[in-house]
Design a protein around this ligand. Sequence first.
Ligand code: NDP
Length: 273
Amino acid sequence: MSGFFFEALLSMKNFCVFGNPIEHSISPKLHNKAFEILGIDANYTKILLKNADELKKFFARLNLSGANITIPYKEVSFGICDEIFGIAKKIEAVNTIVRKNDKLFGFNTDALGFLKAIEEFGNIKNALVLGAGGTAKAVVFILQENGIYTELLNRSKERIEFFKNRKIAAFSWNDYNLKEYDLIINTTSAGLKDENLPAPKELLSQIFKKAKFGFDVIYGKKTPFLTLCEENMLTCKDGADMLLYQAALAFNLFFDNVYDETKIAEAMKTAML
Ligand code: NDP
């Protein structure tokens, strides 16, 4: 590391996002734009993490004040932090780490980011979550915490045990009986790099006939899930706002919540245009 680079690292606040793969991440664009607009002397970069054991070392080596964590390290980060706050305890996954006095504090802003993204749908009484991975946990628990009755439907049986053990009505395609919901959320990666639906088309079409709203956590493309939502006249949106709000919430945690979240989100949004 050159002397100049090392001094620069010490004089400003440094942040990053860890993941593998990481090339696609737009988090640096969002955070750096907010630093620029809000006049903060800080830097945010992306780091390809090949081994979770190295995460703590990177914090010290790069003098990081905080970081975001993405696929596949959210669960492992939960175990690495010295203390966990808020809904991250239930989700058992961390997407934001704040470092203070050499201690790592873990949070999950995906959950609240999702909740803020669905605000515009208005009053939701019940919901069906498709998928049972890390994102499904964030979505299910925040809906539940906000009094929205939530059921879960997943392709395979294995991952639904986590939810059943926490008294969530969770089903796989084979043992599911049709019900009525206000909101259907796709938290699977079906449609991300392929043209798959998250569940069989006949089943989804039946569910959609009785629903009002659809939400896909995938952003930046019109997925088959969103197309089917529209065909069934559901009001729907993709995961771009969820991405924006989780980033704005993480940003504020990095700075002890001293900034106005709306202003952070507005600043970040200019980087998404
Ligand atoms: P996981 O790998 O933890 O979970 C994937 C889930 O998708 C599993 O339940 C799996 O089912 C299901 N699945 C995968 N492929 C299919 C398919 N072809 N048909 C049906 N089900 C399928 O992923 P994550 O929860 O970490 O991420 C999921 C998505 O959420 C990603 O696309 C990610 O980009 C997005 N995301 C968006 C965010 C945002 O801010 N907008 C934030 C975080 C994530 P099974 O158990 O049967 O394998």
